[in-house]
Design a protein around this ligand. Sequence first.
Ligand SMILES: N[C@@H](CCC(=O)N[C@@H](CS)C(=O)NCC(=O)O)C(=O)O
Length: 210
Amino acid sequence: MLKIWGRNDGSNVIKALWCLNELGVEYERIDWGGEFGGNDDPEYRRKNPMGRLPTLEEEDGFTLWESGAVVRYLCAKHSMGNMCPDSLRGRAEAEKWMDWSSLNLAPFNGVYLNHFWRLPEAERSQDVVEAAIKQAIPMFDILDAQLADRDYICGDHLTMADIPAGVLTHRWIAWSPHRPSHPNVEAWHARLSERPAYRDHVIAVTRPAP
Ligand SMILES: N[C@@H](CCC(=O)N[C@@H](CS)C(=O)NCC(=O)O)C(=O)O
């Protein structure tokens, strides 16, 4: 059976898990990284030289790391023409939003994780959190504009384009101490929240805001 190596609450692991559950693909998940450790295990490093999560491993020994590549691969393999658009331009558009989300929505998440939980209390800074919020707002303005005339990022149904942004937007909404309203983003998040796979693999594993 397909294996996913990674603790179930890492934002990059969540992308793969939410995706697999949308696709209805069976898999076994192995708790790895974080409090479970194993990142530097030599056998794991042979599968994923970065020692990060997630890593996909198929029955014949094929391995893949980098969450965006994992999501693209799964969608192309199991849902071509649906989760993975089958036109060249449609696919490029979906990939653009995946890359954009991972690059531009990840910074606030890293700051929140560090300054809400991971750093010793004396090193946490409200100013750093405020700067991260300030930097993220124009990104959500862009996402809000994209969602103005559509239910999902690439049109009328869920595609791989929604996965990275959907994972990080839940944290933005759940964890931001204050944020301006982005009505189209909020409506899309409410739409995602109706999906069992999103509820089980994104919302349910998100710890409460501090
Ligand atoms: N660009 C990589 C980043 C992978 C990454 O940093 N994953 C985090 C978990 S979300 C990790 O491995 N953290 C170390 C750990 O949890 O032990 C990807 O998208 O897969």
